[in-house]
Design a protein around this ligand. Structure first.
Ligand code: MSP
Length: 509
């Protein structure tokens, strides 16, 4: 059995999840579900990032200890993931004792390899991003942080990781693995930045108490990004014999584009130093924007839990998931529009829900709820059959390429074709003219087969609605596998007298 390991970033536990976090997690969830359906032994990891200055500052503002803040916010993330039907196999917290000892083990290894030395950090720090900024970079940014606040200057003793040593090996790696970072233009950006070389990285903070103590010098805590990146191996029991360690290297690190440098440069350099294989792919998606700016907690321009929950109340979890996945080609920036949210829900209802409902009603009216066998095919039948057969291979490829928009658009496209086919072949006319004709059997069978393929292909993206639709067709989604799908719906199957899958009520208007 193939193993498949996918991760989201671990989210800062200083604030509740918003649309951006939900987006990454829903995308990763669809991919994980797809792999499970393909029979891969899948491990899907998400979690919360709970150390660092930002946590300390937020907790202080709220009169809390950082661990109290982390406990509260991490619990909110976990409950929101449950509300959204996220199917992660593990939720890691960087305050987990197992993670802490793993980070210390990693630091000890790096030290043993001679990649760590004590120096003094003199320079700039972006507090929002928890990022050390080089002088050149600081000048280029006019000493302004990512969140538009001023960069902070500080000077303190610090342990350094010999990142500079890895500039060359990383360049060679990127040149030899041109599809490592997706989208490809992001890999080109990283490669061109690497050509300027790398400075060693400060990886400890002496003035901070909230973090994992440096194993050889506990007055220092480990820099929060080193702590955070290590989650990807600590969650799979770094270095253990057997067990979860068999999942490493990860197949996909799914992240937002603002944290690509950490994942594409720091993380591979650390792994090279540890002598571990690098992840297979790093995929950096675009941002949800508001008035052209990235939605974020700091900007205060984000879509938060209240709005997300109202949206779910109106359109259901799968209504929201569909909108997120279809909103733009994967990788592009995105804009939330209430009108588009509604439009995409109506598309689900008018195209997918409607096709399924029409078919079920006809099978009930004309064939007593039992799926008839197909007879001889005409050209128009054959065209639909071929379109239906082509869907799964197309969606499989789209998941492999992380073309997530295509993963939902292609099944809808087939459902649209089913509606057109029903309009063109007009089975209701046939029923009144020729009662029990083979022709009617064929049309009913082919349209049911096609909508079955469409629903099945939507199982990873819209798990609840696709399963409900399949159940109406007499199939059990939990027993579904891509292989079983190719044999189609068996004739003689009893189908339900379908209720609309998507309720369009006055509330939506
Ligand atoms: N804790 C770090 C990640 C460490 S991973 C080893 C962090 N956390 S975060 O809470 O700020 O979450 C960042 C992630 O949230 C982004 O990478 C992205 O996945 C998601 N998003 C946050 N805002 C976003 C948008 N406006 N749009 C899309 N996704 C964004 O960074």
């Amino acid at each position: 059995m193939n193993k498949f390991y996918i991760t989201t970033p671990i989210y800062y536990a200083n604030a509740e999840p918003h649309l951006g976090h939900v987006y990454t997690t829903v995308c990763a969830d669809a991919v994980a579900r797809f792999h499970r359906l393909s029979g891969d032994e899948t491990f899907f990891l998400t979690g919360t990032d709970e150390h660092g200055l930002k946590m300390l500052q937020t907790a202080a503002k709220q009169g809390l200890q950082p661990k109290e803040l982390a406990d509260t916010v991490s619990a909110v993330f976990q409950s929101v993931w449950r509300e959204l039907g996220i199917s992660h196999d593990h939720f890691i917290r960087t305050t987990d004792p197992g993670h802490k000892s793993c980070v210390q083990k990693i630091l000890t290894r790096l030290e043993q390899n001679g990649d760590i030395y004590l120096g003094r950090y003199e320079g700039w720090y972006d507090e929002g991003q928890e990022e050390f900024i080089t002088e050149t970079e600081a000048r280029a940014r006019n000493y302004v942080a990512f969140n538009r606040k001023p960069l902070i200057r500080f000077s303190e003793p610090s342990y350094f990781f010999r990142l500079s040593k890895y500039a060359d090996p990383l360049q060679k790696f990127f040149q030899a693995n041109s599809a490592f970072i997706q989208p490809a233009e992001r890999q080109r950006d990283i490669l061109s930045k690497l050509q300027d070389g790398l400075e060693d990285l400060s990886i400890s903070r002496a003035s901070l108490s909230w973090g994992i103590p440096f194993p050889s010098d506990p007055k220092h805590v480990v820099y929060v990004w080193i702590d955070a990146l290590s989650n990807y191996i600590s969650a799979v029991d770094y270095g253990s014999a057997g067990g979860r360690w068999g999942y490493w290297p990860a197949d996909v690190h799914l992240i937002g584009k603002e944290i690509l440098w950490f994942h594409a440069v720091y993380w591979p350099a650390l792994l090279l130093s540890l002598g571990l294989p690098l992840p297979r792919k790093i995929v950096a998606h675009g941002w949800w924007l508001s008035d052209g700016r990235k939605m974020s907690k700091t900007e205060g321009n984000f879509i938060g839990l209240d709005k997300l929950r109202t949206t779910i109340g109106k359109y259901g979890v799968d209504g929201l998931r569909y909108y997120l996945l279809r909103a733009a080609p994967f990788g592009n920036d995105l804009n939330w529009l209430d009108s588009e949210m509604k439009r995409s829900f109506l598309e689900l209802s008018n195209v997918l829900g409607n096709a399924l409902n029409r078919i079920l009603r006809m099978i009930h009216s004309y064939r007593g709820g039992v799926l008839p066998r197909a007879g001889e095919l005409t050209a128009v039948d054959d065209a639909l059959r071929r379109k239906a057969e082509a869907l799964l291979p197309k969606v499989k490829q789209a998941y492999a390429d992380l073309e997530l928009q295509e993963c939902v658009l292609a099944p809808l496209d087939l459902a649209r074709a089913v509606n057109v086919y029903i309009d063109e072949t007009a089975p209701y006319k046939l029923a009144s003219q020729l009662g029990g004709s083979d022709r009617l059997d064929t049309i009913l069978n082919l349209s049911a087969q096609a909508i079955y393929q469409s629903l099945a292909a939507l199982v990873p993206a819209l798990p609840e609605k696709a399963a409900a639709g399949l159940q109406q067709l007499g199939m059990n989604a939990s027993e579904l596998s891509w292989e079983r799908l190719s044999s189609g719906l068996p004739a003689g199957l009893r189908v339900a007298d379908g209720k609309p899958l998507f309720q369009v009520t006055k509330r939506l208007y």
